[in-house]
Design a protein around this ligand. Structure first.
Ligand code: FMN
Length: 201
């Protein structure tokens, strides 16, 4: 599968980290965009010195000892709206924004495309491709709520960073995997990242 994956500056680096960890092991091609805010927050939340998108992916590979890397990760510049993926003439099947800040959702739904994440989201929607956004904020104000509704109405999918607890998570990684697994479900994959609800438990 050919994907665009964007990491924006909401809290919840764990969701990006666990999604990317699994994605590395899957055959495919991925274009990655990290916003500057996402790097700042990743550094805080993982207490790492990793300072660039490449260093963050290496951090993920080393932290969880990812061995079977089958995906090709290609990094694209957040500030360069002239990158190849800024145009719908390049085909990708879906875009995932994980986590997705309220600022990025707000920009997308108003058609403002001043950086590559926003532009790719705009292209994904206009080309009627799948756009999955994983917002994280609490509490929500009405601007956030209206923007999320608007994104749903124009064809995006809101997958809130709200992990379930019915699968009895043992760790933060388990919570990250629940959200990563739900993203993969929407992309058509069924991995064993969490136990689906079973009333017999
Ligand atoms: C430590 C920290 C945590 C943040 N957490 C959130 C958050 O959970 N949700 C959110 O919408 N914005 C959050 N923000 C604010 C965004 O980072 C800010 O709006 C930024 O401009 C988003 O830009 P981007 O979407 O281009 O990454 C946080 C900022 C910082 C410094």
């Amino acid at each position: 599968m050919k994907l665009v994956v964007a990491i924006s500056g909401a809290s919840g680096s764990i969701y990006a980290a666990r999604f990317l960890k699994k994605l590395l092991e899957i055959q495919g091609e991925t274009f990655l965009i990290f916003s500057p805010a996402s790097i700042k927050i990743f550094k805080e939340e993982y207490q790492t010195k990793a300072n660039t998108p490449e260093e963050i992916v290496n951090f993920i590979i080393e932290k969880w000892k990812v061995e079977n890397i089958s995906n090709t990760f290609a990094f694209r510049n957040f500030h360069d709206i002239g990158e190849d993926i800024a145009s719908g003439s390049n085909i990708w099947e879906a875009m995932v924004i994980v986590p997705c800040s309220m600022k990025t959702i707000g920009s997308i739904v108003t058609g403002i495309t001043t950086n590559l994440i926003e532009r790719c989201a705009d292209v994904t929607l206009k080309e009627k491709r799948r756009l999955i956004a994983v917002p994280r904020e609490t509490p929500y104000n009405q601007i956030h709520l209206k923007n999320m509704l608007k994104l749903d109405k124009v064809g995006g999918i809101i997958l809130p960073a709200s992990p379930g607890f019915y699968f009895l998570p043992n760790s933060l990684d388990d919570l990250g995997d629940f959200i990563a697994g739900r993203i993969f479900n929407l992309l058509g994959y069924d991995f064993d990242l969490f136990k689906p609800w079973n009333p017999k438990f």
